[in-house]
Design a binder for this molecule. Structure first.
Ligand SMILES: [Zn+2]
Length: 245
């Protein structure tokens, strides 16, 4: 079978589309499970017990990705240096190539996946560009497929228990691939011009600063639209107590 990353004919491994460590917070303590929720009306949330995988990569490519995943897992678990600023958190001393390549590999995997959960991630010509970037380990500039992270403290408990089916949305006229991973919204800008969203850099910088925007007036319109999509779908009533369709 052909490996989706190196394109060689190799034995394929069970590859996670979203790294397994991001699911840790999602699992209820007992039993081990989380909700997979879609904003598409009528699609009931799935209760899942482990991350989503498929036969996608050969062993060599799996190992390549797992180096970046191990690095990111350590950051998220204990090693990040986080500084609070007005309206955002900043993680400092991030290894730019390692973390950016992890982010790009998640976007690329979602686009390459044939699983129904990722069917809305259509990257067109960017899919092959991303494959080359990930395969050659050339993360490029911060703006290139930059990922804007957004944290919403007011829905923190709900969001940490959910994994959304990612989809493509518009943010300020930009095409954005939109994920909920580890309780944080990951918004990948799939075009090359710089989005004007905040008066500070919103993407991981080459100096190793990873900003996480905390919801505020600037982002509230985006969050309201997001909430409306989910509320309209009627799917939240299955997981949020008291929520009506
Ligand atoms: Zn491979």
């Amino acid at each position: 079978m052909k490996c989706a990353l190196c394109l060689r004919d190799e034995k394929l491994r069970k590859s996670h589309i979203i790294p397994e460590f991001f699911y840790k917070n999602l699992y209820d303590k007992n039993p081990k499970r989380y909700f997979s929720v879609s904003s598409e009306p009528g699609k009931r949330p799935n209760i899942r017990q482990s991350g989503i995988w498929e036969y996608l990569l050969c062993e060599k490519c799996e190992n390549k990705l797992s180096r970046w995943e191990t690095y990111a897992a350590r950051l998220f678990e204990q090693e990040a240096v986080i500084i609070e600023k007005p309206g955002r958190l900043e993680c400092h001393y991030i290894n730019y190539p390692m973390f950016k390549l992890l982010q790009l590999s998640v976007l690329w995997r979602a686009g390459a996946s044939k699983r129904p959960e990722f069917q809305d991630i259509n990257l067109g010509p960017h899919q092959e560009r991303l494959r080359k970037i990930v395969f050659q380990e050339q993360p490029g500039s911060p703006e290139k497929y930059g990922c804007w992270l957004l944290l919403c403290p007011s829905f923190k408990n709900e969001l940490q228990r959910m994994m959304l089916s990612p989809d493509m949305v518009k943010v300020n006229g930009h095409r954005v691939a939109h994920f909920l991973i580890g309780g944080i919204f990951w918004n990948y800008f799939v075009s090359s011009h710089r989005p004007e969203i905040a008066d500070y850099d919103i993407f991981l910088s080459q100096k190793g600063v990873l900003p996480i925007t905390v919801e505020n007036e600037i982002t509230s319109e985006y969050l309201i639209n997001e909430s409306i999509r989910f509320k309209k779908s009627g799917n939240l009533k299955h997981i949020v107590p008291g929520e009506k369709a």
